[in-house]
Write a protein that binds this ligand. Structure first.
Ligand SMILES: [Fe+2]
Ligand SMILES: [Fe+2]
Length: 402
């Protein structure tokens, strides 16, 4: 391993990145239970990790083979989704007027810290022989927070496109009407996160390779219910967990307010996902359902340790210690552990509710340490308000301040 690390340091940065991505991918292979799932993702993995398309140029094009499905009766055909559509129309907000953009944000102000120091692997850096001064620690936290919010922003763009695609493809009129509100919601999230990053944090990172691969796989998949499962349940579940953690821990008032608005919308999106998929999956054949059970588990595994903040490592510590040691440091940091825990606390009950966790796959989740969340509340019974109340008063493994 050490010899490989040495060879890697001799390569140009872009090649180093790709070699690192490839070796991390290879390290995942022994954990894969159904190679077919990974096989389906090979084109996206190649585009994201080998060709590095996420960082080539100002834009990326993806081709999708999904079909647009027209309905000519226009009658209401899914009362629960019609009700969600009604709620969504009444809950629209305008980022320009709802948020106080005149608030001055100083990302380095310890009194209104973006995130507590304990969230990040600051302590572990000392063991790597790196000591950061007080001012450097604040700048490091600024970089890490900007990286996370940048990935949220790119994820929101993926959610915007996926919502539009699902709106075209889905077979219920009420789901199309609901989907139209989600498209507006996601557009507003893109606008809001971008404005915060550009004008308040003044820092924007490119899309992470792993996130690019997942988005690419969902946007190019021709099956609407796979896009839906991947985006509404897996990615939105992850986002909701991450937004919730940040909402609870940040002391920066504008960021907290912004996240509160976004969380209310996202809670509705995940509810849309579980209500529609529960009904849809119950109608599939045994073979089709098994395929989706396997797919969900593999994607959950892929997502678990995939966000290792390499761009910040390259900016701050490349040359000081190896990428492998950074991976270990980030994976074990209190913040990342909290993210993982909250993310699966949201995801597992939803997979159970939609019928993708029969005993056959429960054993795999058990082995991966994710079954502790099995009995949690699913999205259809968790409103945005209840989520926010839980985040403000509920249990967590991290203190809300330093
Ligand atoms: Fe969103
Ligand atoms: Fe969303």
């Amino acid at each position: 391993m050490a010899a490989l690390d040495t060879i890697r340091t001799l390569l140009p940065r872009e090649l180093r990145r790709r070699a690192a991505s490839l070796s991390e991918l290879l390290a995942l292979l022994p954990h894969v239970k159904n190679p077919l799932v990974l096989g389906e993702m090979v084109p996206s993995l190649a585009r994201g990790m080998l060709l590095g398309q996420a960082r080539l140029g100002e834009s990326a094009s993806m081709v999708s083979g999904h079909g647009a499905h027209f309905l000519w009766s226009y009658d209401s055909d899914f009362p629960e989704l019609r009700e969600l559509y009604r709620q969504a129309k009444q809950s629209q907000w305008d980022s320009e007027s709802a948020l106080d953009w005149s608030l001055d944000v100083d990302p380095l102000d310890p009194e209104r810290a973006l995130l507590p120091r304990s969230f990040f692997p600051v302590e572990g850096l000392a063991a790597m022989g790196v000591t950061l001064s007080e001012a450097e620690q604040r700048r490091f936290i600024h970089s890490m927070t900007a990286w996370m919010l940048s990935q949220f922003l790119h994820g929101e763009q993926g959610a915007l496109f996926a919502a539009a695609q699902v709106t075209e493809s889905v077979g219920w009129m009420d789901a199309k009407l609901y989907g139209s509100t989600q498209v507006v919601d996601e557009g507003r999230h893109v606008e809001t996160f971008h404005r915060y990053l550009a004008t308040k944090l003044e820092k924007l990172y490119t899309v992470n390779d792993n996130l690019f691969v997942i988005i690419d796989a969902l946007i190019t998949d021709p099956r609407w219910d796979m896009k839906f499962l991947g985006m509404q349940i897996m990615i939105e579940g992850l986002a909701l967990g991450a937004f919730g953690t940040l909402y609870r821990l940040t002391r920066e008032p504008l960021l907290r307010e912004l996240l509160g608005y976004v969380i209310r919308d996202e809670a509705r999106h995940v509810a849309f996902g579980v209500i529609a998929l529960r009904d849809h999956l119950a109608r599939l054949s045994e073979r089709e359902r098994r395929e989706r059970e396997d797919w969900a588990f593999e994607v959950a595994l892929l997502m678990r340790n995939r966000f290792l903040v390499h761009e910040v490592y390259e900016e701050w510590f490349e040359g000081s210690f190896s990428r492998r040691r950074w991976n270990e440091l980030v994976s074990a940091s209190p913040g990342m552990r909290e993210f993982r825990s909250v993310m699966f606390a949201r995801l597992i009950p939803n997979l159970r509710y939609i019928g993708l966790m029969p005993e056959r796959v429960q054993r795999r989740y058990e082995a991966a340490g994710m079954m502790q969340f099995f009995e949690g509340a699913h999205a259809a019974e968790l409103s945005g308000e209840r989520l926010l109340a839980e985040l403000t008063h509920g249990p967590s493994t991290l203190p809300p301040s330093e």
